[in-house]
Design a protein around this ligand. Structure first.
Ligand code: SF4
Ligand code: SF4
Length: 90
């Protein structure tokens, strides 16, 4: 199946890796990924039940904004962010 691909400045092909999900068991809510994302894709929220009411974690707010740069994953010390290439559908 063909994957969505782009070109870098030098004209070489590269395959964007778009954000797939965030492992909420691993995420410590440090916020690095939210700050580094230039596309406003990520946000913060309390994703837990009442017993963890104060625990904030990152979440995907606008997946359609993702450009597949993987900057969020590079900055995550917990490696909590997973990525996937996008298959082109004709
Ligand atoms: S950088 Fe990683 S650990 Fe920190 S908030 Fe984002 S996903 Fe969670
Ligand atoms: S891959 Fe890039 S654009 Fe997508 S969420 Fe991560 S930092 Fe934002």
């Amino acid at each position: 199946m063909p994957l969505y691909q782009g070109l870098n400045y030098g004209g070489s092909e590269w395959t964007p890796q778009f954000i797939k999900d965030i492992d909420q068991e691993t995420c410590i809510g440090c916020g690095r990924c939210v700050k580094v994302c230039s596309q406003g894709t990520l946000g913060f929220g309390n994703l837990n039940d009442d017993e963890d009411a104060d625990r904030m974690q990152s979440k995907i707010d606008n997946k359609n904004n993702c450009i597949g740069c993987m900057a969020c994953g590079k900055t995550c010390v917990k490696k909590a962010i997973r990525f996937e290439a996008k298959v082109i559908k004709y």
